[in-house]
Design a protein around this ligand. Structure first.
Ligand code: SF4
Length: 298
């Protein structure tokens, strides 16, 4: 049996950058606080915790001594967090992924022009909380076209954005549904001027570009082990993409969740993961499977 790690799996450059910033700060300072888990992977968080990175939440900010270093992770934060930190004398280390920063800037431009902002994403996801913060928490956050059609005010200029790790096809469905509804309203009301509408695909290339390669990888192995943190939104999307082409795709957050009955009759196993999956986790799983089957042979 062969066991292969997907060369396209693992940290995206945004996460690599965040971790490098965290490690650099830890070398200089010793203790750095991270506002929320630095990435959605428990094992990597534990590794960084051992180096001195301490995870806190927003309520903890008020209890920190002045001058404390607080890391903003790749998902970014709403403007209110920067304001609070300044008032408390906290030294922010901003490791927001530049792609997320760019999305926030684009949203701000539309807010300044009084657009109604719709976000295709998860209401409680840190990145969405950050983007929504730019709108003064007035954005309409939706997951389906039904929700969008029900909640959007079609009399207002509207712009649709997306959380960077969402599904591209679903984004297109929502974008089209809003466009069609607006066109129907224009025809029905005999209005001459259309309400302005834009759909901005802000899905990250690191996620969408991976779909095809992942499908190919999943197709060419008998069994796929998909490893990621259970909280990873990107992980869920990618897991389903792999599972759709290979129903023998199994999810495991750590090597301890591997069930050897998954490999019955398999000649090849592929190990892959999310953009927040550390390389060393995939290697540990590979080693475990290889050792187990080696053991059985003896
Ligand atoms: S998936 Fe994309 S947007 Fe998200 S952290 Fe990585 S590079 Fe940045």
């Amino acid at each position: 049996m062969t066991v292969t790690i997907d060369k396209n799996a693992g940290f995206c450059w945004g996460v690599v950058r965040t971790i490098e910033i965290a490690e650099r700060e830890l070398e200089n300072k010793g203790i750095v606080y991270s506002l929320g888990d630095v990435i959605h992977n428990t094992l990597e968080v534990e590794r960084l915790n051992k180096l001195g990175l301490t995870t806190i939440n927003h309520d903890d900010l008020t209890g920190l001594p002045k001058g404390s270093k607080v890391l903003i992770r790749a998902h970014g934060e709403p403007p209110q967090t920067y304001k609070t930190a300044m008032e408390l004398g906290i030294d922010l280390v901003d490791a927001t992924c530049p792609i997320v920063t760019k999305v926030q800037e684009r949203v701000r431009k539309f807010v300044d022009k009084d657009f109604q902002v719709v976000i295709y994403g998860k209401q409680n996801h840190a990145e969405v909380i950050g983007i929504n913060g730019v709108t003064g928490n007035t954005a309409i956050v939706v997951l389906t076209k039904e929700e969008a059609l029900e909640r959007v005010d079609f009399s207002k200029p509207t712009v649709l954005f997306t959380q960077t790790t969402m599904d591209k096809n679903e984004f297109k469905v929502i974008a089209e549904a809003l466009r069609e509804k607006l066109e129907t309203l224009i025809i029905g009301s005999m209005e001459e001027t259309a309400v302005e509408y834009h759909a901005k695909d802000t899905i990250c290339g690191q996620v969408s570009g991976r779909e095809k390669k992942l499908q190919e990888f999943a197709r060419t192995h008998d069994v796929i082990i998909f490893t990621a943190g259970r909280k990873s939104s990107n992980g869920k999307v990618l897991y389903h993409i792999a599972h759709d082409v290979n129903e023998k795709t199994f999810f495991a957050e750590t090597k301890d969740e591997i069930n050897f009955s998954w490999f019955e009759g398999a000649n090849s196993v592929g190990i892959t993961g999310a953009t927040s999956t550390p390389q060393w986790v995939m290697e540990e799983i590979k080693k475990l499977i290889e050792e187990k089957f080696e053991f059985q042979k003896n």
